[in-house]
Design a protein around this ligand. Structure first.
Ligand code: UT7
Length: 332
């Protein structure tokens, strides 16, 4: 009997209009365009402005576009999973708000918290629900409003992050396309290097925690950088080896967009040239769970049915992983 796989049948992205350039950051902290560009590859990022605008705005924009594009009635959706570390509220889940906004009346929904690897975790989970036959249509959202937790007085973090995200539709197929393999990892001992100090149950919000600026993302950049380079390259090489893929078999690497130098190291280890690497870090920066679907969205018109694609990410937690997928459709 043929195996049922989960295949991506549509992708859509959503970014806010406001563009925060390196030039504008120069007026906010002691930095310059040359440093940011050469150390990260980022030129600008998007910022979601306005009172009461949370990550669900990004997710709703992406899912609405996805439903239209794929001619899908919202009532057909079985499940929505949203990967994010910047939920609208600690609870309820942002996925619930997105489901309500798009009219997905027959869907249940939940959030996944795995920082920059969140989209990989959620895509793996969603695929399992399809493969078992439990669900027919699952939407995976990766979205973050990082500007809500970025300290715009800290030049080591405020230059890399931005707001945005995307969504994919997963459906069953009996063809040899779709999610072929997944490798996911966690190392909780990495928490001291990338975390938010207050606002959780260990250290609830007080006037003191606000004054101490403890509700922002804290990162020891160079330590995270070293772990990211090693682990993203290793996991990408390993998923290729265990699926007997040589570099010439891989059509695209879709790397988490945290730093161009981490992306280059991963591509080198896989033996893949820059022409096969999806990159949009220069215009969106690091949107955490949003980077992978935003890349697929930007490059969708270049993807062909059967293309071997390797997704890879590393981030807070630490979390990291890789997914091997065969693209399911030709440009429409
Ligand atoms: O996506 C989630 C996971 N996160 C990541 O993957 C991020 C990984 N880390 C990075 O991408 C890099 O570590 C950063 C881009 C955050 C920082 O780059 P770096 O090359 O690791 O710089 P550094 O922190 O080692 O700092 C080098 C120097 C320091 O000056 P001194 O001590 O050598 O005088 C910093 O103070 O660069 C200075 N610096 C800056 N200078 C101008 C740090 N940030 C800036 C800045 N502008 N924005």
């Amino acid at each position: 009997m043929k195996k049922t796989r989960a295949v991506i049948t549509g992708v859509e992205g959503w970014v806010p209009d406001y563009v925060l350039t390196n030039k504008e950051l120069e007026t906010m902290v002691e930095t310059n365009d040359e440093w940011i560009t050469s150390r990260t590859g980022i030129k600008e990022r998007r910022i979601l402005k306005g009172e009461g605008q949370g990550t669900s705005v990004i997710g709703t924009g992406a899912v609405k576009g996805l439903l239209e594009k794929t001619n899908t009635d919202p009532s057909e959706i079985d499940l929505i999973i949203c990967a994010t570390v910047t939920p609208d509220m600690p609870f309820p889940a942002t996925a619930n708000i997105i489901a309500d906004n798009v009219g997905a009346k027959n869907s249940y929904s939940f959030d996944v918290s795995a920082a920059c690897s969140g989209f990989l975790y959620a895509l793996t989970m969603g695929s399992q629900f399809i493969e078992t036959g439990m669900h027919k249509k699952v939407i995976i959202v990766g979205a973050d409003k990082m500007s809500a937790i970025v300290d715009y007085t800290d030049r080591t973090t405020c230059i890399i992050f931005g707001d945005g995200g995307g969504a994919v539709l997963l459906e069953p197929t009996d063809e040899e396309v779709g999610v072929m393999d997944s490798l996911l990892h966690t190392d909780g001992s990495g928490a001291p290097f990338l975390h938010m100090k207050a606002g959780g149950s260990r250290k609830p919000a007080t006037a003191d925690t606000v004054a101490a600026r403890e509700h922002f993302a804290y990162q020891e950049g160079s330590t995270v950088f070293k772990f990211a380079v090693t682990n993203m390259a290793e996991v990408s090489a390993r998923i290729m080896a265990q699926n007997n893929l040589k570099s010439e078999d891989v059509a695209w690497l879709v790397p988490h967009q945290a730093n161009k130098r981490i992306i280059d190291a991963t591509a080198n280890r896989m033996g893949i040239g820059p022409e096969k690497v999806m990159m949009n870090i220069e215009k969106y920066g690091n949107t955490t769970a949003g980077t992978l679907p935003l890349c697929l969205w930007d490059y969708e018109s270049q993807l062909k049915k059967g293309d071997n694609i390797i997704l890879a990410a590393f981030g807070g937690g630490f979390t990291w992983g890789s997914i091997y997928l065969k693209w399911g459709y030709d440009p429409k």
